[in-house]
Design a protein around this ligand. Structure first.
Ligand code: HEC
Length: 106
């Protein structure tokens, strides 16, 4: 019985740590953004460094979730980015935090 209790405590721990990993901004970036954005170099889209230097996290999150609604405010004539409206709030926050890692430290 003691063993069972230990497993009952252990299994959720393992799962929650796996689950937590899904919210790594770097992992999300590699999975969803890397084809068009690079960390510090211009690719099809602007680099995360340049984005972090000119936008707030709120603007970044809005753009990822619904670029069709934000591209004009950000100064683009057309939107070439897909919307990632299936990402949850934590994932969007993790991506914004990750992008902000490349902000110039001045
Ligand atoms: C199919 C290519 C593509 C993918 C995939 C993509 N983007 Fe973009 N993104 C662009 C382009 C191109 C722009 C520039 C605006 C435009 O032309 O629509 C842009 C613009 C942005 C901007 C606003 C830039 C600014 O001027 O502030 C942010 C923030 C951004 N992308 C974040 C992301 C994140 C985070 C992901 C991954 C979840 C992602 N993008 C995935 C192509 C892409």
């Amino acid at each position: 019985m003691k063993k069972n209790i230990a497993y009952m405590l252990f299994i959720p721990l393992v799962f929650s740590s796996l689950y937590a990993k899904d919210y790594s901004g770097e992992k999300l970036f590699k999975e969803y953004c890397w084809g068009c954005h690079h960390q510090t170099a211009q690719a099809f889209g602007p680099s995360f460094e340049s984005i972090a230097n000119k936008r707030s996290k709120v603007q970044i999150i809005a753009q990822i979730a619904d670029p069709n609604n934000t591209y004009k405010t950000l100064g683009y004539k057309i939107n070439s980015m897909p919307s990632f409206d299936d990402l949850n709030a934590k994932e969007l926050q993790a991506l914004a935090d990750y992008i902000y890692k490349f902000k110039d430290k001045k």
